[in-house]
Design a protein around this ligand. Structure first.
Ligand SMILES: CC(C)(COP(=O)(O)OP(=O)(O)OC[C@H]1O[C@@H](n2cnc3c(N)ncnc32)[C@H](O)[C@@H]1OP(=O)(O)O)[C@@H](O)C(=O)NCCC(=O)NCCS
Length: 166
């Protein structure tokens, strides 16, 4: 194989596709969510949430027509939004998918007039903390021992990111 062809196979992100999530994606979202959290949400819950006007969700695929690789879902109220969940298929983590997804999601939140973005994360969740720090989230609160964790109990960290007007 020529070095040129090899470069393309090494650079898979060129084909990434990010779309608004649709109710048809609910089963995929439930599967990925169930693989990421102890208490998964059933597909019916995703159908209900995706039907809400106040919910904005995106899915990422490695290429057009591929299965959903990850998703992010936020609930909006006036000029505030909260990221309720973000998850990537366990087999596809550590490749920058969540970063790409979050960047696109935030752009769409800004188009919707969101100026204050919140989320909550477990203090022992290193990948998520890195993801949010890189995307400009700052810690604004901490609830001690809120989550049960591998080490006994972990804190819940509340984070905020301010978004400029478009
Ligand atoms: C958090 C999560 C969505 C990140 O998805 P991802 O596609 O693997 O994320 P990325 O590849 O964009 O990497 C995000 C950051 O985490 C880092 N990271 C990835 N895997 C890691 C690991 N096992 N340990 C520590 N850091 C890790 C990356 O280096 C990157 O940081 P950087 O930008 O400073 O280099 C994914 O790990 C996941 O689905 N976890 C389970 C669900 C979850 O915890 N969601 C967040 C709830 S608040």
């Amino acid at each position: 194989m020529s070095p040129f062809l090899d470069l393309w196979s090494w650079w898979p992100q060129t084909a990434l596709v990010i779309d608004r999530a649709e109710t048809a994606d609910a089963e995929d979202l439930a599967t990925i969510h169930g693989g990421a959290f102890h208490r998964g949400w059933p597909a019916d819950d995703f159908v209900a949430m995706l039907g809400e006007n106040a919910v904005l969700a995106h899915v990422i695929r490695r290429r057009a027509g591929a299965p959903v690789a990850g998703f992010v879902l936020s609930r909006l109220a006036a000029d505030e939004a909260e990221i309720l969940t973000v998850a990537v298929d366990a087999r596809l983590r550590g490749r920058g998918l969540a970063g790409r997804l979050l960047a696109e999601h935030v752009k769409d939140l800004m188009r919707a007039g969101i100026r204050h973005l919140f989320l909550e994360v477990e203090s022992e969740n290193a990948p998520a903390l890195k993801l949010y720090a890189r995307h400009g989230f700052a810690t604004i609160g901490r609830r001690k021992g809120y989550y049960r964790s591998a080490s006994g109990a972990a804190d819940a960290i509340t984070m905020r990111r301010e978004l400029p007007p478009l």
